[in-house]
Design a protein around this ligand. Structure first.
Ligand code: RM4
Ligand code: MN
Ligand code: MN
Length: 388
C-alpha cells in the first residue's frame, strides 16, 4: 500500500487554481442570473478566491480573464492578491467577444483583425510580466459554420503564425497553454477542435507550448484519461480546465457529473508523475455557477478534485504493476477499484486539521457569516459578470 505520510504530503502540496470568472455573474445563452454578494471588480474577485483558499488550503492562485479583469495597474492587483495570501495564476486572453471577431480572431480572413487579436495576446504577456503569472492560457472561438466559408488549411496557417509570434515573446518561466474544443461557438469547423491539433501546434512551437485539457470540451464518451496519459508521457500536458458536463460544455462543478472519470484522470496523473511539481501540470477550474452560490460551489469543486486526487494516490502502484505484468485483468482492475471505493473523507479531515483549517470547509464557510458580510458590502455598484 502507498505510504500514508507520502499521500498526505502530496495532498498538502496540491495546488488547485480557481477562475476569476466563476465568482462573477454568469448564465446561459438565455439568461444571466444575478446573485447577491457578487464581486464588482477584479480586486473583489481576488478576495473571493482568497476566501476559497482560506477554507480549503489548496487553492493558492486565481486565473484572470482579460479584459473581464482589466485594471489600470496589474502589479498592484498582484500585490493585492499577495496581501490576501494568494497569487495570480494563468492569464486568459479574450478574443471572442467583439464584433470584429465574427469570422474569427487569429484565423480571421482579414489581416487587420488578426493583428488586433495578436496585439491582445501580446498585451496579455505584458500582464504576465507585471503579475508574475507563468501561463498564458489560449482558447480560440475561431472556426466556421458553413462548408466553403473559409479555407481550413489557410486558417491553420494563420493560427500557426499567431502562435509563433506569441511564443517568441515569452521569457523566463513563461509558458503557453493551447486549449481545444470540439464545437461551439462554431459548428462546422473549429480551428482547434481536438488535442491532436493542439498537440501538433505545440510540437511545432517548442518546449514552452503545451496542451490544455478542458474536461468539458470533448465528444460524449471520449476517453479523456487516455489523452491525459498520452500527453503526460510526451511532456506535453500543460494543465486542465476542470468542470463537469452532461451534454456539451456545461461548465458544471467538477466531479459532480462523473466522479469516477475524475478519479480515472487523476489516477493517470499520479501514475505518470503529473502531480510532481517538476511536471508543471496546472490544475485549474473553468466553471460557471449559474444557479448555485459561487463561493460554496468553488469550495465544493476544490474538495471534489482533492478527493479524487486522494483516491488516486491510494492506488497501490506496485500491486497494479504486478497484476498488469502477469496479465491479471481482474486483479489489476480490482487494485484501481479498491482505491476508488475508499472513503478518503476522514483522511482529508485529518489533513485539514493538521493544516490548521476546519475539517469541514463547506460547513465552516456557512458558519462564518462571510456571505452576509459580502452581501452587505457589495449591495451597491455593478456586479461583475460575463455580460452575455
Ligand atoms: C471557453 C473555454 C475557455 C474559457 C471560455 C470562457 O469555452 O473553456 O477556457 O475561457 O469558455
Ligand atoms: Mn476552458
Ligand atoms: Mn469551455
Amino acid at each position: 500500500m502507498p505510504d500514508r505520510s507520502t499521500v498526505l504530503a502530496a495532498l498538502r502540496a496540491q495546488h488547485i487554481e480557481t477562475p476569476s470568472w466563476a465568482y462573477g455573474n454568469s448564465g446561459t445563452r438565455f439568461k444571466v442570473f444575478a446573485q447577491e454578494g457578487i464581486p464588482r471588480n477584479a480586486y473583489e474577485k481576488i478576495d473571493d478566491a482568497a476566501t476559497v483558499h482560506r477554507f480549503t488550503g489548496v487553492a493558492p492562485t486565481v486565473a484572470l480573464h482579460i479584459p473581464w479583469d482589466k485594471v489600470d495597474d496589474y502589479a498592484d492587483l498582484a500585490a493585492h492578491a499577495g496581501n490576501q495570501g494568494i497569487g495570480i495564476g494563468a492569464i486568459n486572453p479574450n478574443v471572442f467577444q467583439e464584433d470584429d471577431y465574427r469570422l474569427g480572431s487569429v484565423c480571421n480572413p482579414d489581416p487587420a483583425v488578426r493583428r488586433k487579436a495578436l496585439d491582445h495576446l501580446l498585451e496579455c504577456v505584458d500582464i504576465m510580466d507585471a503579475t508574475g503569472s507563468r501561463d498564458l492560457s489560449l482558447w480560440f472561438a475561431d472556426g466556421t459554420n458553413y462548408p466553403g466559408q473559409d479555407s481550413i488549411a489557410e486558417r491553420q496557417a494563420r493560427l500557426g503564425e499567431a502562435l509563433r509570434a506569441v511564443y517568441d515573446r515569452l521569457t523566463g518561466e513563461q509558458r503557453m497553454l493551447v486549449e481545444y474544443k470540439l464545437f461551439e461557438p462554431a459548428f462546422y469547423t473549429m480551428d482547434v477542435p481536438d488535442w491532436g491539433t493542439s498537440y501538433a501546434h505545440c510540437v511545432d512551437l517548442g518546449e514552452r507550448a503545451k496542451v490544455l485539457v478542458d474536461t468539458g470540451h470533448h465528444a460524449p464518451g471520449t476517453n479523456i484519461e487516455f489523452i491525459v496519459a498520452f500527453l503526460l508521457h510526451r511532456a506535453k500536458l500543460g494543465g486542465f480546465h476542470f468542470n463537469s458536463r452532461f451534454y456539451a460544455d456545461d461548465d458544471l462543478m467538477v466531479g459532480a457529473a462523473d466522479p469516477f472519470q475524475l478519479f480515472r484522470i487523476m489516477a493517470e496523473i499520479v501514475l505518470g508523475g503529473g502531480l510532481d511539481k517538476a511536471s508543471g501540470v496546472a490544475f485549474m477550474l473553468d466553471q460557471c455557477h449559474n444557479i448555485e452560490p459561487k463561493i460554496p460551489a468553488l469550495i465544493r469543486s476544490v474538495l471534489n478534485v482533492q478527493e479524487a486526487t486522494a483516491k488516486a494516490l491510494l492506488v497501490d502502484a506496485n500491486a497494479l504493476r504486478q497484476a498488469q505484468s502477469e496479465g491479471d485483468v481482474l486483479g489489476a482492475n480490482a487494485v484501481l477499484m479498491d482505491a476508488f471505493n475508499t472513503d478518503v473523507r476522514p483522511m482529508l479531515a485529518e489533513l485539514r486539521e493538521d493544516m490548521g483549517i476546519d475539517p469541514d470547509p463547506i460547513a465552516a464557510y456557512r458558519r462564518s457569516g462571510h456571505f452576509d458580510k459580502i452581501r452587505a458590502e457589495r449591495a451597491d455598484g455593478a456586479a461583475a459578470g460575463w455580460g452575455a
